[in-house]
Structures are given as structure tokens and as C-alpha cells.
Write a protein that binds this ligand. Structure first.
Ligand code: ADP
Ligand code: MG
Length: 692
């Protein structure tokens, strides 16, 4: 058996393979492209493509694909074989630079939110050399960005790459002011991924899981997660076998799968990789989710990535651990312990605080979806109000800075930042507040509001852009001053003074926080539809344009796509709920009632009083009646003609369909407790959560 270090990355056309297979000057040119984000000379593309093809064919590949991330939430691929006809009825295997660099998939069936009219159906994919090509299922996959012919982004990757560029540009201005020799700053991310595993045979019997990814019915089992015996508990053999195989698959793909453990809810688990450059991390997270699903099937299980597959137990999220580092290997969010470094650290920290306080709408927006609405603010995931946790020590430092200005500004103004104010900073990873959406955890920020099925791209587009904007404003001030130390000091103090309301170290799940947040003037966006329109607010259009991350047209298209997705998700849920209630649950209730009614008669005929059976029949009758009426209401609601605009349709789903589904569910869940297990038409929560 091969050892991990021997097969790690064996399916990746990584730096080592490039070095081995490319002529020296080609390798150097490509390497430069990857390191500095420079454009690739088309002449070398042919050489690279040929080497890639030879490598892939040696590994048994027959096909290649441009692999991209359209706005459907999943990845897309279209396989082309390497064959090319040759005289004598033979073929040769070919792969040109042109094919490597650019593809032209038919884009007409991918969401474009009105960006692409049908006569202009073609889009194109462009190679992203910053993410290595890899082999998946015998196909050479080329990571690409996906755009319309007019150059509009139709995918997750393009804006992410643009936001990395924006952040690099502004962060380098700051690095220069601190005389650092870095030539590139990249955002790094380590996403922790939560998921559920359920038995495939049970899954197949639940139409809600099959069609919507979550259960639309079901009572919490007698035992849920209250004993806290699952979190970090010993891993069952079947799950362990799954995890081992998953790790192997991920390692072959060069994904740094590192940590695995059971999560809070029964049947829930987590996987965290070691962090990487954000664009790579985003690709890897998509692959991880895909592999989780595939490998689970091989073990007779289904991997659920929905944000809230089960009511009453924790949902699944994704924690986005984010930082920035220079090409000289320096982490910009590392507090360090020497004062000069700390002055820079304080500026960067202040930039992030300002960014989060000024753009909570964008952060909330980046995690908003129909699925995540069940989770955020439900006392198990971060609240829907965005705030930041810094921990006691860092908060004390921030306070000291801020008060310095307010109370003793006069004599302290000319201090070199950090010398007197900053105590030696101890990284304290244990000081955790799990209720905070945006927490500083030692040398990075952890944004915890992402839904488990989200691509990490949207979130990081936002974080990169809003931090770039803070840094841009800071650099504008600092580049002009004659007294760098004084201006720097004032800038930090004033900014903290203005934005420290966003810092909250208390319990984010409490009622008091909701009130306190309102007093502080922090905005709250309870549901997706409350925040989506902010995507095209004047300020946000301007912000994204300033940093060339999104054009106004792209933002409009994304709003349309997000609304459309919301409507479709709820449409499917409404129809599924209706179908299960009328075709499965109601008939089961009626059959059971008939049998109980027969029992009542037979007991009577035997000359006895059927007290228990009569009482049960009464209750069954009452609740089946309730269910019937709720079903009728849902049927009418679902059948109603559509509203005119996307927004009106979405609001209808939120305000009419969701309550109607809830009414059906509540009647059905009551009946689940009354009806004999033999009659209940599908596996219950107890079956699903405790059977793997
Ligand atoms: P937790 O205690 O929050 O569960 P984990 O160890 O599960 O922590 O995950 C922490 C994640 O943060 C890992 O993916 C880790 O690689 C990542 N991380 C560490 N340092 C950085 C950094 N500088 N930038 C981005 N991510 C980082
Ligand atoms: Mg973790």
C-alpha cells in the first residue's frame, strides 16, 4: 500500500509535475504567471497543453474538460476526448494551447440573470492558471472562469479572482508604507465543512430528502443532541471507513484534508482542510463536497449538505477562516509581539473592523439563501445580526487605543504606535465565542454564517472587497502625510472610535443582544429577502465598481438569479410537501383510523367498552381533519398564478407558502405521534439519525 506522502497530489498537475515535464523556460514563464497573476504568453500555452495531455494520458485519461462554477451552485463539466483523426483510419491524441486556454460551452442553459440574450447563447471559459489542473474520474479537469461573450461574469470564480486582485492592490500600498518587501498579497482561506450522513435505503423512502435535500416532516426523536455525546465522540466504523476513503480521494486531488470529527447533531460530521490561497480553497471546497457525495454512495449512505436537513437538531454550516499573507510568507493578521509589527497589525485589524461595520448587509447577503434562513438566528448558528468577536485581550487593546484619543490624546499623540499601548499579545485559541458570526481566532477571522452547501466564493468576494476598500481609504490618507506615525495613530484611533460598536463579545443568541444591537444601530436582516435588494443599492454598486469586482449589470443579474433560485427552491418544497401530505400521510392516517374504528366496533360487539380505542379514534379524527384542511390551503396556495415580478413571487413564497407548509407539517407531526409505526409511510427522524 502506498503511503499518504507518496500518493498525495498524484492526480494533480502541480508544481512538481510541471517542473518535471515542462522545458525550463516554459516552466519559469508559467510559474511567473501563477505567482504574480500575470497573463500567460499564448506561445507557451501549446507547450503546457501538450505536457498536460501526455501526463493525463499516462494516467489513463481519454478526455479533458473545462471545469467551472456557474451560478447554479454546483460545478459544471463537458468532456471532450483527446482524439483527432489521422490517415489510415487511425487517431492521434491531441490537446492544443487554444483548447487549454479557452473553451466555448453552450451557455444557454446556465443562469445569467438576463445578461445574455438567447441569440448570444455562447459563453466562454478561460483557464485559471492559479488553480492546478487535476484528474477526476479519468478526465483531465482544467479549472476555468466562465464569462459571457460581452465579458460579463457568469460564474463564482471570475469575481473571486477580481476581488483577490483588488485586495492585492490595496494591501500592497499599505505594505509599501510599512516598507515591507512583499510584491503580492493573497487572501487565504480554510473552510470547515459540516455535513450529515444518512442511510441510502432510508433516504430513498423520503421524497422530501430526495427532492429538497431536507426533511419537510418529522418529530425530534426522544434523544437528539442534548446529551452532547456525539460532538467529538468516537467515530463509528461505517463512518470511519467513509472518512478514510474520502481522505484518500481528497489527498490524491492535492486537497489538504486535515481534521475530521463528529459534530453536535447525531449523524453530523465535519471536515477541515489546511488553509490555502482562496481561489484554490474555493475549488477544493467544491471538489470536497462533490467527493463527500460520491464516496458516501459507495458506502450505502447519502451525504446531506443542506443547511437544515432536520428540524430540532443543529443544521450544517461552513466556517470561513480568512486571512491575508504576503508572498514573503507573512500573515497580515498575525499580531506578532514586536511593536513595529503590531502597529501594522493594528491598522489591518482596524481595517477589518471598519469593513465589517460598514458592510454588514453585504456579509449577510453573501450567506443568504432559502436553506440558510432556517439556520441563521435559530440559536444554534450565528445570529442574523452581523457583529465581531475579538476576545478579551484584543478588545482591551482596542479599548486602550480608542480611549487614548478620547482621554489622553494630548501627551500620547506622538508615541510610536504600539510601544506603550500594546501589551505582548498571546495568541489565545481557547478564548472562543461560538455565537459570534465574525470572530478573531488568533491570527485569522472566522466567518461562521455560511450555509453548508454555499460556495465559499460569494463570501470571500465580499470580505476581500470590503477590506480592500478600508485599505484603499487608509492608504489614501497615509500616502499623503508628512508625519506618518502621528497620522497612523490618529487614523487607527478615530476609526476604532467610529466602528467599535460592531464588537460584541457576549452571547449572540440572547434576546438582550437583539435589543442591544438595535440600540447600537446595527442592522438586522432576518430573512434572505430582507437583504437581497441591497445587492444593487447605490453604495454597493459603487463599491464593487471602484474595485472592478462587479459591474452594475452583473449585480443586477446576480440579484435576479438569487431571487429565481429562492422561488424555485420554495416551489419545489411546497409541491413536495403537498405531494407527501396528500399521497402518503393522509392515506396512512385514514387506513389507521379505519382499523382503529373496526377495533372499536369489534370490542363493542364483544360486549366491552373500547375506551382507549375510542379516545385514540377521536384524536386521530381531529388531527387528520386539521391535516386535511392545511393540505387544502397549501394546494390553493401552490396553485395560485404567479405574481408579476421576481421579488413579488419570492415574497409570496416567504409569506404564504412557508406558513402553509408549516401548518401542514405541524398537523402531520402530531399525527406521527398518534399513528402506529407500521402505518407511518416513511422513515422517521429516529430511523434517519441513528442508523448509520
Ligand atoms: P476550529 O477550532 O475553529 O474548529 P479547525 O482547526 O477545525 O478550527 O479549523 C481552522 C481552520 O483555519 C483550518 O482550516 C486552518 O487551516 C485555517 N487557518 C489557519 N490559519 C489560517 C490563515 N492564516 N488563513 C486562513 N485560514 C487559516
Ligand atoms: Mg473545526
Amino acid at each position: 500500500m502506498l503511503k499518504v506522502d507518496e500518493f498525495f497530489g498524484s492526480n494533480v498537475f502541480n508544481d512538481a509535475v510541471m517542473q518535471q515535464r515542462l522545458p525550463k523556460d516554459t516552466y519559469k514563464a508559467l510559474h511567473k504567471t501563477i505567482e504574480d497573476g500575470k497573463t500567460l504568453d499564448p506561445k507557451i500555452a501549446d507547450v503546457v497543453a501538450n505536457a498536460m495531455k501526455d501526463w493525463a494520458v499516462d494516467k489513463g485519461c481519454t478526455h479533458f474538460t473545462h471545469w467551472f462554477q456557474p451560478l447554479t451552485g454546483i460545478t459544471a463539466e463537458k468532456h471532450d476526448s483527446f482524439i483527432s483523426p489521422k490517415a489510415g483510419g487511425k487517431v492521434i491524441l491531441e490537446f492544443s494551447g487554444k483548447e487549454l486556454v479557452r473553451g466555448e460551452p453552450d451557455a444557454s442553459s446556465f443562469p445569467s440573470g438576463g445578461l445574455r440574450s438567447t441569440f448570444e447563447a455562447r459563453g466562454y471559459t478561460a483557464w485559471d492558471p492559479t488553480s492546478y489542473a487535476f484528474i477526476k474520474d479519468g478526465v483531465l479537469c482544467i479549472p476555468t472562469a466562465f464569462c459571457s461573450y460581452s465579458g460579463h461574469a457568469l460564474d463564482q470564480k471570475t469575481p473571486l479572482l477580481r476581488s483577490m486582485e483588488a485586495l492585492n492592490k490595496q494591501a500592497l500600498r499599505i505594505m509599501k508604507l510599512f516598507r515591507r518587501d512583499a510584491t503580492r498579497v493573497t487572501a487565504t482561506v480554510g473552510p470547515e465543512q459540516e455535513y450529515f450522513l444518512v442511510d441510502k435505503k432510508l433516504f430513498d423512502q423520503r421524497k422530501d430528502l430526495v427532492f429538497t435535500g431536507r426533511t419537510l416532516f418529522g418529530n425530534k426523536p426522544p434523544k437528539g443532541q442534548e446529551m452532547e455525546d456525539h460532538y467529538f465522540g468516537s467515530i463509528k466504523p461505517r463512518i470511519h471507513a467513509f472518512m478514510n476513503e474520502l481522505n484518500e480521494e481528497l489527498w490524491k486531488l492535492g486537497i489538504l484534508a486535515k481534521t475530521q470529527h463528529n459534530e453536535a447533531a447525531p449523524a453530523q460530521h465535519e471536515l477541515a482542510p489546511i488553509y490555502a490561497v482562496t481561489t484554490v480553497s474555493a475549488d477544493h471546497n467544491q471538489l470536497t463536497m462533490e467527493m463527500m457525495k460520491k464516496v458516501a454512495l459507495r458506502h450505502g449512505m447519502v451525504c446531506l449538505l443542506h443547511e437544515k436537513p432536520f428540524e430540532g437538531v443543529s443544521g450544517s454550516g461552513k466556517h470561513n477562516n480568512w486571512s491575508m499573507s504576503t508572498n514573503t510568507g507573512y500573515n497580515l493578521l498575525d499580531p506578532g509581539d514586536d511593536p513595529a509589527t503590531s502597529a501594522q497589525f493594528m491598522l489591518i485589524l482596524t481595517a477589518v473592523i471598519k469593513a465589517v461595520d460598514e458592510h454588514p448587509d453585504l456579509l449577510r447577503l453573501s450567506v443568504a439563501s432559502a436553506g440558510n434562513d432556517h439556520r441563521l438566528g435559530a440559536c444554534e448558528a450565528p445570529p442574523a445580526i452581523v457583529s465581531m468577536f475579538l476576545g478579551d485581550e484584543l478588545t482591551a487593546i482596542v479599548d486602550a487605543f480608542e480611549k487614548d484619543k478620547t482621554y489622553t490624546a494630548a501627551e500620547k499623540q506622538d508615541l510610536e504606535i504600539g510601544v506603550n499601548v500594546l501589551p505582548k499579545f498571546h495568541k489565545d485559541n481557547t478564548d472562543r465565542n461560538r455565537t459570534s458570526p465574525f470572530a478573531f481566532t488568533g491570527n485569522k477571522f472566522e466567518f461562521r454564517s455560511l450555509g453548508s452547501s454555499d460556495s465559499i466564493s460569494s463570501v470571500n468576494v465580499v470580505i476581500n472587497t470590503i477590506v480592500a476598500e478600508s485599505l484603499r481609504q487608509f492608504a489614501d490618507v497615509l500616502e499623503k502625510t508628512d508625519d506618518f506615525q502621528k497620522t497612523l495613530h490618529e487614523l487607527i484611533v478615530n476609526t476604532l472610535h467610529k466602528h467599535k460598536r460592531i464588537i460584541f463579545n457576549g452571547n449572540g443568541y440572547s434576546e438582550e443582544w437583539v435589543e442591544e444591537a438595535a440600540r447600537r444601530g446595527l442592522q438586522s436582516f432576518p430573512t434572505t429577502l430582507d437583504v437581497l435588494p441591497r445587492l444593487i443599492s447605490k453604495e454597493n454598486v459603487e463599491l464593487f465598481a471602484t474595485h472592478s469586482v462587479f459591474t452594475e449589470a452583473e449585480l443586477h443579474s446576480r440579484l435576479e438569479i438569487r431571487l429565481d433560485n429562492y422561488i424555485k427552491v420554495l416551489n419545489i418544497e411546497g409541491e413536495t410537501c403537498l405531494m407527501m401530505a396528500e399521497r402518503e400521510i393522509l392515506p396512512a392516517c385514514i387506513s389507521y383510523m379505519r382499523d382503529v374504528a373496526r377495533t372499536v366496533n369489534e370490542v363493542r360487539n364483544a360486549g366491552l367498552r373500547p375506551t382507549a380505542a375510542e379516545k385514540l379514534l377521536e384524536q386521530l379524527n381531529e388531527h387528520t381533519d386539521k391535516l386535511y384542511h392545511a393540505v387544502e390551503e397549501l394546494r390553493v396556495a401552490v396553485a395560485r398564478p404567479r405574481e408579476q415580478t421576481h421579488m413579488a413571487q419570492a415574497l409570496y413564497q416567504r409569506d404564504v407558502i412557508i406558513p402553509a407548509m408549516n401548518a401542514v407539517r405541524s398537523a402531520a407531526d402530531k399525527l406521527e405521534t398518534l399513528i402506529s409505526k407500521e402505518y407511518w409511510p416513511f422513515p422517521t427522524y429516529s430511523d434517519l439519525l441513528f442508523n448509520v
